[in-house]
Design a protein around this ligand. Structure first.
Ligand SMILES: NC(=O)c1ccc[n+]([C@@H]2O[C@H](COP(=O)([O-])OP(=O)(O)OC[C@H]3O[C@@H](n4cnc5c(N)ncnc54)[C@H](OP(=O)(O)O)[C@@H]3O)[C@@H](O)[C@H]2O)c1
Length: 278
């Protein structure tokens, strides 16, 4: 397949580009080549490349900044997604779009499935949900993948932040009242590879299995990386007082992957162990 990847310089974009290039003709573009918020720019590039599949991995992902730069968040996460849908329709390609667990409000006590109603708490979550809606309205051949707490070898993520803090401090405070699922970018790429072979369009939850709090995630990172001395203290979200409200519980079950593809993703601890080469 000819595959166009937007946000190709991002954490997930880099891994998608590397892995899909093994079997497909991949055109990976960063913000300089394709600004997803600019429809003319998007249409021109998409017409030129004429892809069979577009993967939109571009997003404004700094959750707290989105609370301040509201228009920018909607421009990139909503209008950007909408533009990619219009462009897909133009060349009759499939569109795979990445969304987030932050579309949910966290009031559930059971893992969210694809049929549960979203109710985002933050501008980031609202702008991402609005992007999903635009794609579903415009482009029939879509896969919308909601993932969570992404980490990989490239770009910035919680794992790298924790390892950096461990070099500077003896003690760190990490919230223990937000529960979700860390997801390894390479596991998400495998899900993408499995889905794009099919015509099973629709919305999918796409995370590693299991759940933990950020605090438990941090402790597991330090165990696996051999940082035994660092002390990880618990704090609440109220104490941390970030601008954006986050769901207290955003665990998702990959129910549609299980039902439609009989596809099961390994648990987050095994994935993290592999990340650390254990
Ligand atoms: N990271 C997570 O924990 C997480 C969790 C759930 C879902 N997701 C979703 O997963 C996807 C990939 O996230 P990621 O972790 O790879 O984030 P990332 O590293 O921030 O990558 C996003 C990329 O999009 C680019 N971008 C920003 N504005 C753009 C624009 N107007 N046009 C084109 N590109 C633009 C960014 O470039 P600049 O850096 O130069 O701005 C960046 O390279 C996103 O859809 C995100 O919402 C992420």
């Amino acid at each position: 397949m000819r595959v166009l990847i937007t946000g190709g310089m991002g954490q997930l974009g880099i891994d998608l580009t590397k892995q899909l290039s093994l079997n497909h003709q991949v055109y990976s573009v960063g913000k300089k080549e394709v600004d997803v918020a600019n429809l003319d720019n998007v249409i021109n590039v998409v017409r030129r490349i004429n892809p069979d599949l577009i993967i939109n991995s571009a997003a404004y992902t700094i959750v707290d900044e989105c609370e301040i730069n509201i228009d920018l968040a909607y421009r990139i996460n909503t209008v950007g997604a909408k533009n990619m849908a219009i462009a897909s329709l133009e060349v009759n390609s499939k569109l795979l779009h990445i969304s987030t667990d932050f579309v949910f409000d966290g009031n559930s006590t059971n893992p969210y499935i694809e049929f549960d109603s979203p109710n985002p708490l933050s501008i980031y979550g609202k702008s991402k949900l609005a992007g999903e809606v635009c794609i579903k309205d415009i482009c029939q051949k879509h896969y919308v993948l909601r993932t969570s707490w992404l980490y990989g070898k490239s770009g910035n993520n919680f794992v790298k932040t924790m390892l950096k803090l461990a070099e500077e401090r003896k003690c760190i405070r990490v919230v223990d009242d937000q529960v979700g699922t860390p997801t390894y970018t390479l596991d998400l790429v495998e899900i993408v590879k499995a889905l794009i072979k099919t015509e099973a369009y629709g919305t999918y939850h796409a995370s590693n299995d299991g759940q933990c709090s950020w605090n438990e995630f941090a402790k597991t990172i330090f165990n696996l990386s051999g940082n035994k001395e660092i002390e990880v203290l618990s704090i609440t979200s109220e104490e941390l007082n970030r601008p954006a409200q986050r769901p207290k519980y955003s665990v998702m079950r990959n129910y549609m992957l299980e039902l439609q593809l009989e596809y099961y993703v390994r648990n987050w601890q095994d994935a993290l162990r592999e990340y650390f080469g254990k």
